[in-house]
Unconditional design. Sequence first.
Length: 283
Amino acid sequence: MSPRQCIGIFRERAHSPGREFDDAEILRLTAKHLEDRGFSVALRDPEEMRRVADAPRARLFLMCERPALLGRLRRWERAGVVQVNAPSAVLNTYRERMIRLWRRAGVPFPRTVVVSTAATEGDLDGDGPTWVKRADVHNTQEGDVLFAAGRAAALEALGGLAARGIPRAVLQEPIAGDLIKFYGVGDPHRQPGVPPWFRWFYHRDQRVAGYPFAEDRLAALAQRAAAALGLEIYGGDAIVGKAGGPVLIDLNAWPSFALYRNEASERIAAYLAGRFGRRGGGR
């Protein structure tokens, strides 16, 4: 298996609502920088890879998220195909798995409970505002993540998910504060603490209070959360409130890095070159 042969796999278009170009472009730019480093790179869409019967003799870097393909990639991983992010890590970003792993790792996040989308009024605790989110993949279309002002609105949101065949959801307590988006690249198993590359910015469409926080603390927390899931290339959301300590809301495998695309693609390619160039491609 040649460490200089690579395949990049695009994200499914249904998993890139409003981000189809951004998601595809970060993969293309990463491939270009890998080629500049002497790698031979082929880019494939998920449907193409689903038709590949045998494990390829190449390293993989991937943005795909659907279980059917990830299951096949996991079998290839066990056969020795090096992949970033690991398919198991991508599956760990499914919300129901993520909250379980974060609890085990002591990652701070809002009060969150998993419920059936067939829940009735008596199954819900309290009548306060809550976020209703499908318990598996992240936002793929309108209705996957909804703010509910009370129990009736929460039941309506759950009913909408149930009607689409989604069996479970998470109810997450709203947290007041500044909403922050962050990106990170680094192997959390070899580089604990602050990742080698980290950027953050305030989300748009909010009135920023400017609550102070330590950037290194946010970066280290993001890296710890990524380690709990096994992610190496990631992005997520956090809230910083009056108390100052960041609280994580979400973590995604290989986001679009839209505001830092050029810088991020170079850093990702450098990271992949190191990972793929190690003996056996391992950690």
